[in-house]
Design a protein around this ligand. Structure first.
Ligand code: PMP
Length: 370
């Protein structure tokens, strides 16, 4: 038996996407910059994939830049905009993904000033605190759209309006929300957005940075003219095509949300648990703290039974630090350490949820008494 409930960490590649990827790896070997027929064919396919991804965001194809994933997209967004600006102040929240959090810690050492906006007990960025910090010194603001640990969704439309009024570039890490929450970039005035294929049943190692036309941004690497010179290097066409294919798949948010409601109802049958995911959250993530149980120990026990969930965020697993996200929401060190994240996908069945609950109900009392 294998039950995979760690879809916020990554998803299984979809069969259709996999067959496009395999076919493309075999056939699309031309270099998109070559002027011969094989190169031109590759270039056409690249531009087709770009168009398809742009359409999912109601963006223009030339606003889509392919990267090696969202970590790179996040780095390009922040560092690229800083390189094109003389300003030295950056605003982020206290619940950013490590790819933004650690980058900003590094930037601070280099002389930039980082302002961290606190969140409330449910993980919502305190807009009033943000308003106090908005001034002409700010080079860029970056807030995660849906948090990777709790799934909480920020009001990016409102934040984008505030930023637009002050002419401050606004970046969002939309890795966890992409395809789950519709994003219409003609309506929401975001400046830059990071997305990644592997959270939507695409392959790992391919991402996109959306860059609104007219944004002042510079490349991080030197090289060729690919991707408007913003991301030099031969484009990874098979993975790009696979990303476009994954982006075309319907994402059944409503069905997954029903499974999430069922999961929460069943979890509440376990005594002394605290659901850390608020109502306004993406359809597939539930984070909870189980009193008296170490999250990491529980994850290992479930893994032995073939049930795969996560403690905190996968990107920081292996470290013994308690989740910075949960602590920012006011959870105690103990509550943060007793947290687990269960994340669903279109492939999750009710039977799998029942089986997981059954195992939790038998393991939790044992771990509480150890
Ligand atoms: N941001 C968020 C919110 C994520 O969940 C992840 C993946 N853990 C990333 C960025 C990094 O994405 P990638 O794995 O494509 O570098």
């Amino acid at each position: 038996m294998q039950i995979y409930l760690d879809n916020a960490a990554t998803t299984q590649i979809d069969e259709k996407v996999l067959s496009i990827l395999n076919k493309s790896l075999k056939e699309d070997f031309g270099n998109t910059s070559s002027i011969h027929k094989k190169g031109k064919e590759a270039k056409e396919k690249l531009e087709q994939a770009r168009k398809e991804i742009a359409k999912t965001l109601n963006a223009e194809p030339e606003e889509i830049i392919f990267t090696s994933g969202a970590t790179e997209a996040n780095n390009l967004a922040i560092k690229g905009i800083l390189k094109a600006s003389k300003k030295k102040d950056i605003i982020i929240s206290t619940i950013e993904h490590v790819s933004i959090k650690n980058l900003c810690e590094e930037l601070q050492k280099e002389g930039y000033t980082i302002h961290k906006i606190p969140v409330d007990k449910d993980g919502f960025v305190q807009i009033n605190e943000l308003k106090k910090k908005l001034n002409e010194k700010i080079a860029i603001i970056s807030f995660i759209h849906a948090n990777n640990e709790t799934g909480v969704i920020q009001d990016i439309q409102k934040i984008a309006e505030l930023c637009a009024q002050k002419n401050i570039p606004f970046h969002t890490d939309a890795v966890q929300s992409y395809k789950k929450i519709p994003l219409d970039l003609k309506k929401i005035k975001l400046t830059v957005i990071s997305i990644s294929a592997h959270k939507i049943h695409g392959p790992k190692g391919i991402g996109v940075l959306y860059i609104r036309k007219g944004t002042k941004i510079k490349a991080l690497f030197n090289g060729g003219k690919q991707e408007h010179g913003l991301r030099p290097g031969t484009e990874n066409l098979p993975y790009i095509r696979a990303f476009a294919a994954a982006a075309q798949l319907p994402y059944p948010s409503k069905q997954i949300d029903k499974k999430k409601t069922y999961l929460i109802k069943k979890l509440k049958e376990i005594l002394n648990i605290k659901i850390n995911t608020p109502e306004k959250s993406i359809c597939n993530v539930v984070n909870l703290s189980i009193k008296g149980v170490n999250g990491e120990t529980l994850v290992r026990h479930l893994s032995e039974q073939g049930i795969y969930i996560s403690t905190g965020s996968a990107c920081s697993s292996g470290t013994i630090e308690a989740s910075h996200v949960l602590k920012a929401m006011g959870l105690t060190e103990e509550q943060a350490r007793s947290s687990i994240r269960v994340s669903l996908s279109k492939n999750t069945t009710k039977k799998e949820i029942d089986e997981t609950i059954k195992h939790l109900k038998s393991i939790v009392p044992i771990l509480r008494n150890i």
